[in-house]
Each structure stands twice: as structure tokens, then as C-alpha cells.
Design a protein around this ligand. Structure first.
Ligand code: KIV
Length: 271
């Protein structure tokens, strides 16, 4: 690994400086040690231990079933691999909406048991008290507005959010709430690019978009989608940088053929 890497350890303050300097923030998801090590070695700024683990790691249809214990397991595996990136962990569905004490307890468990650097939760005004309580313990919070997958049964579909004036207005208000309450950043998922641009101009904290266009302070994608390990998901915003499913299938098929033909192991591959 000879490439010169940015030596700065990423903190919430560094992200703020990046926004001010107009330097884009690169964030990806990871859920395990091996993948997190690749991301950190490559120089990613932020690793999100997303509750998308429920879909890509556990095969569930939604993010709802994943538990706090399971998120802590994923987060602690990621943390063991990371030297530079900021690691943010999703509070899973049902662990912060009930009341602010529950939100605080869930966040403390994540921070204590995994060693992560902050938490992310979905929603605006309706989760304001939970965010305040978490922040009061010194835990950095990232917000998440727009398409919030934990509310999929309320929305009914995964289509673009906030296209209508009333929803766009609510999103603008919610972004101000998240900024004022003290979130260090906001994820904007699947909303019109112009609206994401407006939020980004209005708030002083960095915005990270997924399907929210280019006028945001950073981008996030689900790792398994962008490396082509998943193949069933084709939203317009997804750029695939590799076809790992095909690569792995080829490797596994070659291995099977070598075992069946007795080519593997050869003389040099045994004791
Ligand atoms: O869980 C997740 O992967 C996320 C990203 C899509 C932002 O929340």
C-alpha cells in the first residue's frame, strides 16, 4: 500500500471543516471487519454501520427486524478494523422512538459495547427529545431525513420523497430542528436534488446524500450495492464500481471444478 493517504483522523470537527472548505465527504456502509478494513485502508472518511445490515447481511426485506444486540455485534467488528474513519452506527427500529431515556440507553450501549464514534437515527421534530437526551451524554448524533426506511410501512414504497410542497417544507423545517438541536450531520435520502441543495445551503452542518444529487456536502452508498455483491437493486442513483457477485461466482465455480477434478490440492499445497 504505497498510496499517500490523508493522515487526518476523522472526527465530527473534521467533517465540519470539510464542509467549510468545500471538500466532499465520502461515506460507505460496512458491517464486518474485513470490509471495514478495505474501506479504512482505502481512505474512506465515514463508515456507517447501517441497519441496512438487516437486508444485505441477514436477508430480511426491510430494516425493521435487526436488533440492538445485532447492531452492536456488527459495529464492534467494524471498529476493530478502523484506524482513521469516523464510525457511525444506526440506532435500530424500536430502540429510540419510544422515549428519550430508551434512546439514551440504546446509544450508550452502542458506544460502550462497540467503541463506535456516534449514532444515527431517522426523523426530525418527532425525535427531537430523543436526540437532545443522547447529545446530553456527549454522544454525537447524525440525523436522517427524506426516505427513512424504518418507516417503510407508513410510506408504502421506496420512491422519491418530498416531491410535494408540504413534505418538502416539513423536510426543510426538520433539517433546521436537527441543526439547532446539535446533530453533527444529516443524511438526506432519495429526495429531489434541488431540495437537497437548499437544505445544504441553509444548514451549517454537513449533509450527506444518497439519491439526493450533487449539491450536498458528501455522498453515501451501501457498500454491497456499489461493489455489485448485490444485484437485485437498480435505483437510478446507484453507481456500480465492480461486479463482485460475478467475480466471486467465477472463483467459487473454479474451486468446485478443481476439487471435483482432483486438481486441488496439488503436491505443493499439502504437508
Ligand atoms: O442503513 C443504511 O445503510 C443507511 C444508508 C442508506 C444511509 O441508512
Amino acid at each position: 500500500m504505497s498510496e499517500k493517504k490523508d493522515p487526518r483522523k476523522i472526527t465530527t470537527h473534521v467533517l465540519q471543516e470539510m464542509k467549510q472548505a468545500g471538500e466532499k465527504i465520502a461515506m460507505l456502509t460496512a458491517y464486518d471487519f474485513s470490509m471495514a478494513r478495505v474501506l479504512d485502508d482505502a481512505g474512506i472518511d465515514v463508515i456507517l454501520v447501517g441497519d441496512s445490515a438487516s437486508n444485505v447481511m441477514a436477508g430480511h426485506e426491510t430494516t425493521l427486524p435487526i436488533t440492538l444486540d445485532q447492531m452492536i455485534y456488527h459495529a464492534s467488528s467494524v471498529i476493530r478494523a478502523v484506524n482513521r474513519a469516523l464510525v457511525v452506527v444506526d440506532l435500530p427500529f424500536g430502540t429510540y422512538q419510544g422515549n428519550s431515556k430508551e434512546a439514551l440507553n440504546s446509544s450508550i450501549r452502542i458506544m460502550k459495547e462497540s467503541g463506535a464514534h456516534g449514532v444515527k437515527l431517522e426523523g426530525g421534530k418527532e425525535v427531537e427529545d430523543s436526540i437532545k437526551r443522547i447529545l446530553s451524554a456527549g454522544i454525537p448524533v447524525m440525523g436522517h431525513l427524506g426516505l427513512t426506511p424504518q418507516s417503510i410501512y407508513k410510506f408504502g414504497t421506496y420512491t422519491v420523497r418530498a416531491k410535494e410542497e408540504a413534505e418538502a417544507q416539513k423536510l426543510l423545517e426538520d433539517s433546521s430542528v436537527l441543526e439547532e438541536v446539535g446533530c453533527f450531520s444529516i443524511v438526506l435520502e432519495k429526495i429531489p436534488a434541488a431540495l437537497a441543495g437548499e437544505v445544504t445551503k441553509r444548514v451549517s452542518i454537513p449533509t450527506i446524500g444518497i439519491g439526493a444529487g450533487s449539491q450536498v456536502d458528501g455522498q453515501v452508498l451501501v457498500l454491497h450495492d456499489m461493489i455489485g455483491l448485490t444485484y437485485e437493486f437498480h435505483p437510478r442513483f446507484l453507481r456500480r464500481y465492480a461486479n463482485i457477485y460475478q467475480e466471486m461466482t467465477g472463483a467459487v465455480k473454479s474451486y468446485i471444478a478443481d476439487v471435483k477434478s482432483k486438481d486441488f490440492p496439488n503436491e505443493k499445497e499439502q504437508y
